[in-house]
Each structure stands twice: as structure tokens, then as C-alpha cells.
Design a protein around this ligand. Structure first.
Ligand code: AHR
Length: 657
């Protein structure tokens, strides 16, 4: 009888194997704790065009002329202006500060004029034969204006054209029409031509593809949501990130301004428009078309537990660091009330004001929100004081709500120590820790949670990403080395899943030309998107989350970098499998002897990524690094695993009785 693996899974590369005598012993005898269903989740923020120009399907930038510079992204056509006064921006801010601006079009009999919008960043992407849904919100103040809408490619060739006869009814009207593109175009644009004689006010010009996620009108980009869905996330943290805080309190994210009728959602400044000096984005604003209802709906769609993060009465402490007063009506009360109302909005029934609001927006069932973050990267005594007020009010009304508490921006900053000790003394529910550090740091810190107090608060690793060039460097790439170091760190999280209950890579999305921050999990342009090696690491952990903590030990010790290998193990009760995750961070193949006491035969699969540590994926080469799977079988008690140089492998083995 053969005592070796019958099908040796794969010699992943041609480097010389290094055989080590250590035996890796996998044990499923003492399941220390269940793996939390929330363990691997997502951090979403509207940074790098994550929402407007990204996940949110709107193709027209500044669709309602409400940017501070109201003609941002719009060009007049023809470029040589016929005369002044044809297009006039009208600002009704004194009567409507939510949707203040519209464009008045004044035509004389022979006028043929237009407006061109090139969309976000590099132009609109059109797909052959796909219908696009154009919506116009207008009112005719002197009937007689006719409209033509045209999709153009980069060479100004018409891809689709429709004529629109506006309604002569009084007041604001909304008209929707489809245009079917007769070709693909990468850098297209929308041209709206006005002709005839008359006057018209135009408040919104909007264009969506019809193939949005779940075909929802005005919905999200299907390819990008699909990528989130395929991560099977345990939770979704939204809407950030720094945008929760704003540079000033005036600019903070306010969820109530992001629900309901899109014309009643205020266009907001984005902290990302000017935060990164070398990559300014003066046209970065938030339309809030992707608002809190859509975030909760997205959670439902992708099976993620919702984790909203709210402003704690403090603006970004890196910039203006404003605080709301602790007392009085203009004080913290409105902020706390927003938190209480949000819980009612998510979970309340039809007898409650905000539950009724949710139902009126089309979601009868509760969104089943169980967690709420108070503050993003906040710290110091001012935060501690405000957090206490929030906590008391929330726990009084909703004792079941798990509160996520911030510890600032860095694990090495003194602010972390201060907040950590305050939060531990208060015995809070969940502490949020953020790590942007070198790959070496991630490798070295797989041990971080081994010593944490098992009876203390749960840990949420709310933001982390290995920085290949330097922390905050614009030269950081999503290379394989960064992904492997995160995988090593994640084996440490998995080994400590009794106290680390959630973790999310950050940031999630980036437009290849509209980004401010790097690295990011998923990159896209206006037509397509690709997964990074880091994405595949997240996915391999998430799809192989398991249900119970098992152990894989070498000489009785956790495998935390000895011989440049990091490992963890779980069981999966539903499939009766043992799942082992192994990172080889070295430049040579490692052969590791494994034993799983109690198993007579080893049947399963091994899935992995490996390659040159500097390798990246890209739009033109999206699959340079992607997981590959092989079957494994042996009737040996001890078997040998080949771990390719620079690799991450997930082994799933049938656990016979
Ligand atoms: O992930 C990018 C930014 O990093 C987040 O907005 C902020 O919370 C952190 O500093």
C-alpha cells in the first residue's frame, strides 16, 4: 500500500524544495470557540470614486448642477457660445438649500445649443446593444423647447439618439427615455441638444445603464456588486472612513440627508477632494444617490450584517478637529438622536416614525442591524466624553446594540494606548483597531492577539492593508507580497477568533484614474474591474471561514513565522471538513510533513495563489494572480504538503468519523 500522497498536488514552481523535519499536527479535538459569522467583512467608503463614479451606477457627473461650481463636468456645445444668457445657472438657496441650483435654458427661434457631460474621470463607457436610461427633470416656463439626447463615442460619432418632446404641464416634470448604444465605447459622452424657441429650467440630467445590480433602476454597478457578493462578507461597514467625520462638523456625513427622493439628498463636499495634495480631486462631491437605504439594501443583497458608523460629534482630528458642545440643544443631542433614529430606521416596525419611513421606501422587514459604530478614527478625552453620552443613550433604549468604539488612527500612537485603556476600563463591546503598515509588520504581528485578554472587549480590525512602499505612499501597489503578509496576519486573527470578531481590509474600491489612496482591494475603470491578490486572500479566508477554531501546531507551538511559514486551522461543521491555511513567505518551496490524528486517509483539495512577490494584477492582466485548485488524496497518516515559494494555500480535507 502506498504510504505517500498518491496524487501529489502540484509542484507549484521550479525552485528547489526545502524539506523540514517539523511535523505540523492538526487537531480538531478541542474546539476553543466558534468562528464568528462576521469574521471576514468589508469596509466601504466613498474614497477613490468608490460611490459616485464607482459603485453607484450614475454616469453623469454633477447631474443636478449642485456642485459649488455648478457647470463642473458640463461643456457647452458648440464650444463657441452663440450669445450670453442661453444657459443661466439659477440658485434658489434661500428657499431650497437641499437642491438649490438648476439651469435655465433660454432659446430664440433659430437656436440649436447643447450641453455635453463626459461623466466621471475618463468618459462614459457604453456597451453595444445595452439600453441606457436617461432621466430629465425640467419645467417649461415658456413652451417651445425640443430636446435631443445623443450618446457619443470619443470621436463624436453618434451611438444612439432620441428626440424628446417635453411636457407642457406646469411645474417640474420628470421624463425617462431609453437609448440603445449601437457600439462599445470606452470614453463616450452624453450630448443634450436644446432647440426651438422657449424657456426651460433643467434640474437634473441623469443616465444609468439598465443592467444594474438586480436590474434596479438608478441602481448600483453590477460588476462591482458581484465582486462584493463573491467575497461572501460577514458584515459591511459603511459609509467610511474619514467621510463620516468631515473636515468640519458642517461637512460631516448625515444619514438623514441620504435617504428618500434623490432630489432631496443634499450634495456634500468630500474630504477626499483635497486631502491628498499630490492627487487633488476638486470635482469630488457626494451626491448621496448611494445613501443609507441603499447601503442597508446592499447588505441584504450580499448577506452581510450592516455596520453603520456615525459621526460622534467631532470632525476629523487630522484637520479642523471641531467638537460639538456637550451641553445644550445645539450640543450633542442631535448627534445622539441621529443614532437612535438610525436604529429605529433599520429595525423599527410600522408603528415607529423611522420604521415607517423605511417601509415607505420599500423595505417592510427589519434590516436586522445589531452593530453601530460611534466615531471613525477618533481619540482622546473629547472622544471618550462624547462616546459615553452616546453609549448611555443607545444602551438605554437598545440594550442589544453592540457598539463599535474607535481607538484613533494608529496602533503605535499614544492615542491608541489611551483609548484602549479607557475602553477596556469601561468594558465596552467592541474595540476598532486600524493598521496601515509594512508587509514586514504584518508578518511579524500575526502574534498580536495571542496575548489579548480573553475576557476583554471583542476586537474589530476595522481597517488594514499592507503598504508595499511606505505608509500612505502613493507608490504602494497591491502586489502579491502585500497580500501574503496580510494572509499571515489573518492566520493570527483566525487563531484568535475567540476575541477578534471582525476584520476588514481598507479601502475597498479605487478608480484607476480617479484614486486618491493606494493600495485598494478592487480597482476599476468606467467599463470593467479587476481583483487584486489581496482580494483573493480575503476571498480565500472568507469562503473557507469554517465554523470552529481548530489548531495546527509545530512542536506544540502555533505556526507564526517559524521557517517563514504561518498557519491556522478551522473545522467546518456543515461540510465535515478540516480547513488549514498556510502562508509560505520565503523564496523557496517548503515541504511540510502534516498529520491529522484520527484520519486514515486524506481526501480533499488545495487552493492557492503564488508567484513573484512583486506581481500585481491590472485591467489588462486581471488574472496574473488568481487562485488555482487541485485535488489531493493519500492513505498515509503523515503526508507532505508542498508550499510553493511566496504562496498562500488553503487545504480542505474530509474529516471522517
Ligand atoms: O481607508 C482610508 C482612510 O484611512 C479612512 O478613511 C480612514 O479611516 C483611515 O485613516
Amino acid at each position: 500500500m502506498c504510504k505517500k500522497i498518491v496524487l501529489v498536488f502540484f509542484l507549484w514552481c521550479f525552485l528547489l524544495p526545502v524539506f523540514s523535519q517539523d511535523i505540523y499536527t492538526v487537531s480538531t479535538k478541542n474546539i476553543k470557540a466558534k468562528i464568528p459569522s462576521t469574521l471576514w467583512g468589508l469596509f466601504f467608503e466613498d474614497i477613490n470614486r468608490g460611490a459616485d463614479g464607482g459603485l453607484y451606477g450614475e454616469m453623469v457627473e454633477n447631474r443636478s448642477f449642485d456642485f459649488p461650481k455648478p457647470m463642473t463636468a458640463w461643456d457647452e456645445w458648440p464650444s463657441q457660445r452663440l450669445r450670453d444668457g442661453i444657459f443661466v445657472v439659477t440658485n434658489q438657496i434661500t428657499s431650497n438649500d437641499v437642491n438649490p441650483k438648476y439651469l435655465s435654458v433660454n432659446l430664440q427661434p433659430t437656436d440649436t445649443v447643447g450641453l455635453i457631460n463626459t461623466g466621471f474621470d475618463e468618459g462614459m463607457a457604453f456597451t453595444k446593444d445595452l439600453p441606457y436610461s436617461l432621466t430629465l427633470r425640467y419645467r417649461q416656463t415658456m413652451p417651445g423647447v425640443h430636446i435631443r439626447a445623443i450618446l457619443l463615442n470619443a470621436m463624436n460619432r453618434s451611438l444612439a439618439e432620441v428626440s424628446i418632446t417635453p411636457s407642457n404641464k406646469n411645474g417640474w416634470q420628470e421624463q425617462q427615455i431609453h437609448l440603445v448604444s449601437k457600439d462599445n465605447a470606452a470614453k463616450g459622452k452624453l450630448l443634450i441638444i436644446f432647440e426651438g424657441a422657449g424657456r426651460m429650467d433643467v434640474d437634473r440630467i441623469s443616465l444609468f445603464p439598465t443592467d444594474t445590480w438586480k436590474n434596479r433602476p438608478g441602481g448600483l454597478r453590477r460588476d462591482l456588486v458581484q465582486k462584493l457578493y463573491e467575497l461572501h462578507p460577514g458584515f459591511l461597514r459603511f459609509p467610511g472612513g474619514c467621510i463620516v467625520e468631515g473636515n468640519t462638523l458642517d461637512q460631516r456625513y448625515q444619514w438623514k440627508q441620504t435617504i428618500g427622493n434623490i432630489d432631496a439628498r443634499k450634495t456634500m463636499a468630500s474630504v477626499w477632494s483635497d486631502r491628498i495634495g499630490q492627487r487633488p480631486a476638486p470635482d469630488y462631491f457626494q451626491s448621496n444617490g448611494l445613501g443609507f437605504f441603499e447601503y442597508f439594501q446592499l447588505c441584504d443583497d450580499i448577506g452581510a450584517s450592516p455596520l453603520p458608523i456615525l459621526n460622534c460629534g467631532m470632525s476629523c482630528q487630522f484637520t479642523e478637529a471641531e467638537v460639538a458642545p456637550l451641553i445644550g440643544n445645539g450640543g450633542l443631542d442631535p448627534y445622539v438622536q441621529d443614532a437612535l433614529d438610525l436604529i429605529e430606521f433599520a429595525n423599527g416596525d410600522s408603528k415607529t416614525k423611522w420604521g415607517q419611513k423605511r417601509i415607505s421606501l420599500g423595505h417592510t422587514a427589519s434590516f436586522n442591524m445589531k452593530m453601530l459604530g460611534v466615531g471613525n478614527e477618533n481619540w482622546g478625552p473629547q472622544y471618550a466624553e462624547r462616546l459615553a453620552v452616546f453609549t448611555k443613550a443607545i444602551k438605554q433604549k437598545y440594550p442589544y446594540m453592540q457598539i463599535v468604539n474607535a481607538t484613533g488612527y494608529s496602533r503605535i500612537a499614544p492615542v491608541f494606548k489611551y483609548m484602549d485603556s479607557v475602553l477596556r476600563a469601561r468594558k465596552v463591546d467592541i474595540i476598532d483597531e486600524h493598521f496601515y503598515a509594512s508587509p514586514e509588520w504584518f508578518y511579524a504581528n500575526s502574534k498580536r492577539y495571542d496575548q489579548y485578554d480573553r475576557k476583554g472587549p471583542k476586537i474589530f480590525v476595522g481597517e488594514y492593508a499592507a503598504q508595499s512602499d511606505g505608509v500612505g505612499s502613493l507608490k504602494n501597489t497591491n502586489n502579491l507580497q502585500s497580500a501574503l503578509s496580510e494572509a499571515a496576519f489573518m492566520t493570527g486573527i483566525e487563531r484568535n477568533a475567540d476575541i477578534v470578531s471582525m476584520a476588514s481590509y481598507a479601502p475597498l474600491f479605487a478608480h484607476v484614474s480617479g484614486w486618491q489612496w493606494t493600495p485598494n482591494l478592487i480597482w476599476f475603470d468606467n467599463a470593467s474591474s479587476y481583483n487584486t491578490p489581496n482580494y483573493y486572500v480575503q476571498q480565500l479566508f472568507s469562503l473557507n471561514k469554517g465554523t470552529g477554531m481548530a489548531s495546527v501546531l509545530s512542536n506544540g507551538k502555533a505556526i507564526e513565522g517559524q521557517d517563514s511559514v504561518w498557519a491556522s486551522a478551522v473545522t467546518d461543521q456543515s461540510t465535515h471538513e478540516i480547513i488549514i491555511k498556510l502562508v509560505n513567505g520565503s523564496s523557496v518551496v517548503k515541504q511540510k510533513k502534516m498529520e491529522i490524528p484520527g484520519l486514515e486517509t486524506i481526501t480533499g483539495t488545495i487552493t492557492g495563489i503564488w508567484g513573484d512577490p512583486k506581481t500585481v494584477n491590472s485591467l489588462s492582466s486581471p488574472a496574473t494572480i488568481e487562485p488555482k485548485t487541485k485535488n489531493i488524496y493519500t492513505d498515509a497518516k503523515n503526508f507532505v504538503l508542498d508550499l510553493p515559494a511566496y504562496s498562500f494555500s488553503v487545504v480542505r480535507i474530509k474529516n471522517q468519523p
